[in-house]
Write a protein that binds this ligand. Structure first.
Ligand SMILES: NC(=O)c1ccc[n+]([C@@H]2O[C@H](COP(=O)([O-])OP(=O)(O)OC[C@H]3O[C@@H](n4cnc5c(N)ncnc54)[C@H](OP(=O)(O)O)[C@@H]3O)[C@@H](O)[C@H]2O)c1
Length: 308
């Protein structure tokens, strides 16, 4: 079987043209592909769309029912939509997305479908390393929903690969503005680390994996950088790049009661995610092996694009 590299003959659909989806769509368009992206509202054009004629926007909101007219002859699909949290809103979003798209996608000449999952499916390992063979014991409700969605996509019969992601950062998603505005918090929890990935390494890993022959694509791939570390370390480096002072260090135990349930949930899991499969076995070379290169590049892009 041959690979499925994105090229000028490719017709690419991104279900969920948000932060990572749009970045992937732009990269596919730069390779010459025709690209369709979905978003929930059609009230306003996303920034830059007027100057990006190869990106076609389609309205799709899983809570409103199936998409009107999916594009035909699709070769590549990326699904970025998250499953809905159990409380509030539509608890079936993950399933609804699959239900809406499975039949139309089965009628397409699909070569590759990427699903964006999360490393939260591994649960808490008290800081120990996990790889793709590790047990999936998600502690958080949203990670349990994610695992269910991932398994449904993987058993769909389509050429699916699931990419498990830690915290996504990049231009517009670094702590620079919080530091500038004085809202950043320097919190220390002994032994706690976080993993992260620059959005352009997600895009790079997706394109790298799609280009492999179908029978040489692992169904599940972690996409994480080489440098799990405490958030105090990354905040310190961001402050260094900005040339500004760090806020005073606070102990996690002292601030925990004031954190929202969502903020608290980010501290619930502690694990180190291995990228050995992606980088050593599949041969992907990270553009940003750590937050140091990634933050510096993000700051340059923010400054150049007026995001700062
Ligand atoms: N952010 C992180 O640090 C992180 C870490 C690990 C995994 N992930 C997961 O990785 C994926 C990509 O992350 P991201 O930060 O790029 O996500 P994002 O910017 O929030 O984009 C998600 C996309 O899904 C669409 N969407 C959400 N709910 C929908 C619904 N009910 N019906 C139809 N479309 C819906 C959004 O539509 P609109 O454009 O209309 O909003 C958006 O285009 C997500 O599934 C996320 O949960 C994220």
């Amino acid at each position: 079987m041959t690979g499925a590299a994105v090229n000028p003959r490719s017709r690419v659909l991104v279900i969920g043209g948000g932060y990572s989806g749009l970045r992937f769509g732009r990269a596919a368009a730069a390779l010459g592909a025709q690209v369709w992206l979905t978003r929930r509202s059609d009230s306003s054009e996303p920034t830059g769309s007027a100057t990006e004629p190869s990106l076609h926007w389609l309205p799709y909101d899983s809570s409103q029912g199936p998409p009107a007219a999916p594009p035909s002859d699709l070769t590549h699909v990326l699904v970025t939509t998250p499953p809905a949290p159990p409380a509030g809103g539509d608890a079936e979003v993950g399933e609804a997305v699959i239900q809406h798209w499975l039949r139309p996608l089965r009628q397409q000449p699909l070569q590759w479908l990427g699903y964006l999952s999360t490393t939260g499916v591994y649960g808490d390992t008290a800081g120990a390393w996990v790889d793709e063979t590790s047990p999936t014991t998600p502690g958080l409700g949203r990670s349990r929903l994610r695992l269910e969605s991932e398994q449904r996509w993987l058993s769909s019969g389509l050429p699916v690969q699931s990419f498990r992601l830690p915290a996504i950062y990049g231009p517009g998603r670094c702590p620079f503005n919080q530091l500038r505005q004085g809202t950043a918090r320097l919190v220390h929890k002994p032994g706690q680390v976080f993993c992260r990935i620059h959005v352009d390494d997600i895009v790079g890993a997706l394109l790298h994996c799609a280009a492999r022959p179908r029978d040489q694509r692992p169904p599940v791939v972690n996409v994480s950088d080489d440098a799990p570390c405490p958030s105090s370390e990354t905040l310190g480096y961001a402050a260094h790049l900005l040339g500004c002072k760090l806020p005073a260090m606070q102990r996690f135990d002292a601030v925990a009661p004031s954190l929202s349930p969502m903020a608290l949930s980010f501290w619930a899991d502690n694990r180190r995610v291995s990228n050995r499969l992606l980088c050593a076995e599949l041969g992907y070379r990270l553009r940003y092996p750590s937050y140091r290169e990634g933050f510096a590049a993000s700051m340059r892009e923010e400054n150049a694009s007026g995001l700062a």
